[in-house]
Design a protein around this ligand. Structure first.
Ligand code: UD1
Ligand code: UDP
Length: 364
């Protein structure tokens, strides 16, 4: 059956786990107002139930109107396939604007297609920079920002980064949609999640780990060091394994033993409950660093740098730059005095600010 598209419809391009969590509050706000019609296209970058469908169900995100079924592949293959299919979709339907979110390959594909077809592009979570071009996400961020028409920056640092690249006139400070999401998510999680009792965990009696960056998981020696470091921590370590990590552990024959409890990825509600009650979170995920901050759990970030510098400045996030067993064990023991009261991620109304701006641009 043909999906009908109103001529003023926005198109959200999403495809990977963090995209779903970030569009949830935006869709909610748009639906509440009923002003701008919107459609969702899922590129198929992530496709396992626990990497995709679970978020649509838990967070009441409208089912995608279009599915491109692109699946996994190298960067060129995956991004190119998305672009070909998205271009066809955009030529067939009169979308008034495209909204892309974050820094994944689906973000880049959506922005490039919009720019080439002269469809206005809005980028949510613009201006983030790690200044490390070996990260595929950094390339995606820079290109996406430069071809987009409207840039929604989650932090003042992001606003400055955009200004430094000559993009200030397209930038708007919105705050962070993930902060909006967690305020509501935590209420839902308290109502619905029984993960601590299911896993027989005590509050503040375990560590939570999740990591998936090629930098950490694609090199066997480095991956083994991280796993051995986690295995040596003195309390249980719940390791929520992204498919890339699962695949590499089995391909390299690395066993997660000691105190590690290796699990499938969790749904959002269980995951934020685990983040909230952990002693510390160990991660290389961008979103998880911020969520730990929102939930007032100290974070150890297994990366040499971060885009979310405010969490480090607040003493709530420590960069573990060396990937050795000892560096992980030492970091877990560091005395920290986090200042969780600071609010660098907006007022929990980023979605409203973004939708206000979209309305003022699109409904005039
Ligand atoms: C992608 C993003 C990364 C983001 C992460 C969030 C890019 C360049 N990378 O990394 O920024 O932090 O998503 O989770 O866009 N796989 C499955 N099932 C799935 C999805 C993936 O088994 O549902 C496996 C496949 O073997 C695939 C691998 O995971 O090759 C990596 O997936 P991909 O989307 O290419 O990159 P991520 O590492 O997930
Ligand atoms: N997340 C989840 N289940 C998990 C691990 C992470 O729901 O097992 C959520 C987490 O709460 C956060 C988001 O996934 O909202 C972060 O996405 P991810 O780490 O995949 O990507 P990144 O933020 O690094 O781009």
């Amino acid at each position: 059956m043909q999906t009908e598209v109103h001529k003023n419809s926005l198109l959200f391009v999403v495809g990977a786990r963090p995209n779903f969590i970030k569009i949830a509050p935006l869709c909610r706000e748009l639906r509440k107002r009923g002003g701008i019609p919107f459609r969702i296209v899922h590129t198929g970058q992530h496709y396992d139930k626990l990497m995709s469908d679970v978020f649509f169900e838990e967070l009441h995100i409208p089912r995608p109107d279009f599915h491109l079924n692109v699946g996994s592949g190298g960067h060129g293959h995956q991004t190119g396939a998305m672009m070909m299919k998205l271009e066809g979709l955009c030529l067939a339907h009169p979308f008034s604007a495209i909204v892309v979110i974050g820094d994944v390959n689906s973000t880049l594909a959506g922005a490039l297609v919009g720019a080439k077809l002269h469809i206005p592009v809005a980028h949510v979570e613009a201006g983030l920079r790690s200044f490390n071009r070996t990260m595929p996400e950094e390339v995606n961020r820079v290109v996406t920002d430069h071809v987009s028409d409207l840039l929604f920056a989650p932090t003042r640092t992001a606003m400055r980064n955009l200004g430094n690249e000559g993009l200030a006139d397209r930038a708007c400070y919105s705050g962070d949609v993930m902060f909006d999401m967690i305020l509501r998510g935590l209420e839902l999680a308290r109502e619905k999640s029984d993960i601590l009792s299911r896993l027989e965990l005590e509050r503040k009696g375990y560590y939570l780990a999740t990591f998936h960056r090629p930098y950490n998981v694609d090199d066997p020696a480095c991956l083994k060091n991280i796993i051995d470091g986690l295995a040596g921590l003195e309390k249980p370590v719940v390791l929520a394994a992204h498919p890339r990590l699962q695949k590499n552990l089995s391909q390299f024959g690395i066993e997660a033993n000691g105190n590690i409890r290796l699990t499938e990825p969790f749904g959002y509600l269980d995951f934020i409950m685990l983040e909230k009650e952990a002693i510390r979170v160990l991660t290389d995920s961008g979103g998880v660093q911020k969520e730990a901050f929102f939930l007032q759990t100290p974070c150890l970030t297994l990366r040499p740098e971060t885009e979310w510098v405010e969490t480090v400045e607040a003493g709530a996030n420590v960069l573990v730059k060396e990937r050795t067993v000892q560096a992980i064990l030492d970091a877990a023991k560091l005395e920290l005095s986090p200042r969780f009261g600071e609010q660098p991620y907006g007022g929990g109304n980023a979605s409203q600010i973004i939708v206000d701006k979209l309305e003022s641009v699109l409904l005039q």
